[in-house]
Design a protein around this ligand. Structure first.
Ligand code: GLU
Length: 445
């Protein structure tokens, strides 16, 4: 399906990419994908004093991570890859429109700055989300003429935003409700330029659970934070979809293809969205549980590499990830859960050692079980379990008195995947060696 729909995400690179900006990008992207239209990225970087390279990078990183690919822009070196449009590179376009407005008598100079003379009429907006709104702009005290060019020649947001939406043939402007009060001024500019304005859809504000407006400093506000903590991008994207939209049937975990087919602008809520980090966390857990092992491995790999775990080949990694997967809540936890599978330099948790290994008789029990494991015919989960239970009966102890010290002796930790699965993956040689080593060290104390 293709259509003439053209939408854009037009961030100003002045801070990091936050949840509100990402949600705006996402709704534009969803609408483009729903209609078969085009999604464009335009960096609104005319405010040189406030723009940073890092902020621009955070926008790319965040959009790429969320899978919000854009369809157009200056061709990059790699075939089929596009850069975004930068307003800072479009000076000639703005000058052309500036001259047009000036020649038609819409501008006047005031203290070196150029202002747009409002026609002082009522502007009616038929917003696709907020409905019909009339703005009475007759009073210059409450609606002063807007500046479009500073005395230093720099452009003001309102002007370049409108010019680019015209030049880039935007059919819809989907942006945060905080821009609603700018829209009548923008419509005046369209009218002065003799261009039909695009359709507008102002999407609801995002509030904290206590009703305050979500700010950049609130927990969970930065997209980079989700990347660092190891959220699954598809889970965060799913959560962001619910900030102002829902499938209307109480479902919260939905495949992106289904969201794309259900999404539409009139279905966006008018009420403010409430940001709930606990829900995002829960959705992330659901995604990790349901995810294929291949995808889990792909998402875990950057964290494993960063931790410097020498896992050898992906073939060695997969069985380990398979048994820890259900325990992981954030992917940045993966290294701590798998390190001991790939290095004999096991890090022992002091409390776990104290509570299990330092119990009277633990060394003897470890040696007894190690001997039986050494002699085991088949190194399987079933055989490992049956042998441990039989050994407990023989020694006259509870199974826990074998399970806990064994777990700590091979992994250094008191929590982990199912013990028998863990031993099966670790293999006979390493299991027996680590059990005996722990026993010997305890005996020597
Ligand atoms: N640069 C503006 C912003 O970041 C864009 C507003 C719009 O989407 O029109 O808020």
């Amino acid at each position: 399906m293709s259509s003439n729909v053209r939408v854009r995400f037009a961030p100003s690179p002045t801070g990091y990419l936050h949840v509100g900006g990402a949600r705006t990008a996402l709704f534009n992207w969803l609408y483009a994908r729903h209609t078969g239209g085009k999604f464009i990225l335009r960096i609104e970087d005319t405010d040189k004093a406030r723009n940073t390279v890092e902020a621009t990078q955070a926008i790319y990183d965040g959009l790429r991570w969320l899978g919000l690919d854009w369809d157009e822009g200056p061709q990059l070196e790699n075939e089929g890859e596009y850069g975004p449009y930068f307003q800072s590179e479009r000076e000639a376009v703005y000058l052309r429109y500036f001259e047009q407005l000036k020649a038609a008598g819409h501008l006047y100079e005031d203290g070196g700055a150029w202002r747009f003379r409002s026609p002082r009429k009522t502007v009616v907006l038929e917003d696709l989300v907020c409905g019909k709104i009339s703005f009475d702009l007759s009073n210059p005290m409450t609606h002063p003429d807007i500046t479009i060019r500073r005395p230093d020649g720099g452009w003001i947001f309102h002007f370049v935003n409108v010019v680019d939406d015209i030049e880039m043939k935007m059919t819809h402007v989907i942006r945060g409700e905080d821009h609603l009060s700018n829209t009548p001024k923008h419509i005046e500019l369209y009218q002065a330029l003799g261009v039909e304005p695009p359709r507008f859809a102002h999407i609801p504000l995002i509030l904290n659970r206590d009703g305050s407006k979500m700010s950049k400093r609130d927990q969970g506000a930065s997209i980079a934070g989700y990347i660092e903590q190891g959220y699954a991008p598809e889970a965060v994207r799913n959560y962001l979809c619910l900030l102002g939209w829902s499938p209307k049937d109480n479902r919260e975990v939905l495949d992106i293809d289904e969201i794309i087919s259900l999404f539409d602008l009139p279905k966006i809520n008018r009420r403010s969205a409430s940001f709930d980090l606990d829900k995002c966390y829960w959705i992330n857990g659901q995604y990790l549980l349901q995810m294929s092992l291949d995808r889990f491995a792909e998402l875990s790999l950057p964290f494993i590499d960063k931790a410097g775990i020498a896992y050898g080949s992906p073939d060695a990694l997969k069985p380990v990830l398979a048994i820890v997967k259900e325990k992981i809540k954030h992917l940045n936890e993966v290294p701590a859960w798998i390190g001991y599978f790939f290095s004999d330099a096991v890090e022992f948790d002091a409390e776990a050692v104290e509570k299990t290994l330092r119990k009277p008789g633990a060394a003897g029990r470890l040696n007894a079980l190690a001997a039986r494991y050494e002699a085991l015919d088949a190194w399987t989960v079933e055989a490992l379990e049956a042998t441990l239970k039989a050994t407990a009966v023989e020694l006259g102890v509870k199974t826990g008195e074998l399970i806990h010290p064994t777990r700590v002796s091979v992994s250094g930790r008191s929590v982990g995947p199912s013990l028998y699965h863990m031993l099966e993956v670790l293999g006979r040689e390493r299991t027996v060696r680590r059990m005996r080593k722990a026993a010997a060290e305890l005996a020597a104390e």
